[in-house]
Design a protein around this ligand. Structure first.
Ligand code: CU
Length: 110
């Protein structure tokens, strides 16, 4: 499991106090893939945040942007595998699974 909600150590608190960036910018957001669905289907993050997709399904899936240029695309993820993308710029990014095009999701960066 990720440690996002774990009790921070004293060292972490010190680092947080010294950091000028808001804490939220350092937290990974997670999308679970299961039963041929991205959950949540729409996720909202701040510019510079990372989104990690974790495949908990028994089938292979990936994350492929809908745009013509395929501005982002993860490798095929087997059961238990994950992939992380960083969204630097604001926008609305629709994606799907290239193996199962009916599986769709959206990342909103603002
Ligand atoms: Cu798929």
């Amino acid at each position: 499991m990720r440690t996002r909600f774990a009790v921070p150590s004293a060292a972490f608190f010190l680092a947080a106090l010294l950091a000028s960036a808001p804490l939220i910018a350092q937290a990974d957001q997670q999308v679970t893939i299961d039963q041929h669905m991205f959950m949540p289907a729409t996720i909202t993050v701040h510019p510079g945040e990372k989104v990690t997709w974790v495949n908990k399904d028994e089938d292979v899936h990936n994350v492929t942007s809908d745009d013509q240029g395929r501005s982002f695309r993860t490798p095929l993820l087997d059961t238990g595998e994950s992939a992380t993308l960083t969204f630097a710029s604001p926008g609305t990014f629709h994606y799907h699974c290239s193996v199962h095009p009916d599986m769709t999701g959206t990342v909103i960066v603002k």
